[in-house]
Design a binder for this molecule. Structure first.
Ligand code: SF4
Length: 85
């Protein structure tokens, strides 16, 4: 399968590069209005995502469409599947 996968509904690429994810993380960390998860909680959440059958492209939750590296960083967010995190 090509690395240039495109969204079926539009022409945007569905695969984010590490630098794109990092840019989102940096923007959230700079914005003091967000409550952030501790590093331990963040890593624990991402570990569960990495073992999850709903994770695609190492970044995207197919249950809610979020970028898990971003969602896991936000303290008050939860996994859309009850009980995962
Ligand atoms: S947020 Fe939940 S459902 Fe989505 S990939 Fe992570 S563990 Fe799976």
């Amino acid at each position: 399968m090509s690395d240039n996968k495109k969204c079926k509904a539009c022409s945007a690429s569905v695969r984010l590069q590490d630098k794109d994810v990092q840019r989102m993380i940096d923007a959230i960390k700079k914005n003091k209005s967000f409550k952030l998860a501790s590093e331990e909680l963040y890593n624990s959440r991402l570990e569960k995502c990495s073992d999850c059958e709903h994770l695609e492209y190492d970044t995207t939750c197919m249950q809610c469409g979020c970028i898990v590296q971003v969602r896991a960083l936000l303290k008050d967010k939860r996994c859309p599947i009850s009980g995962k995190w």
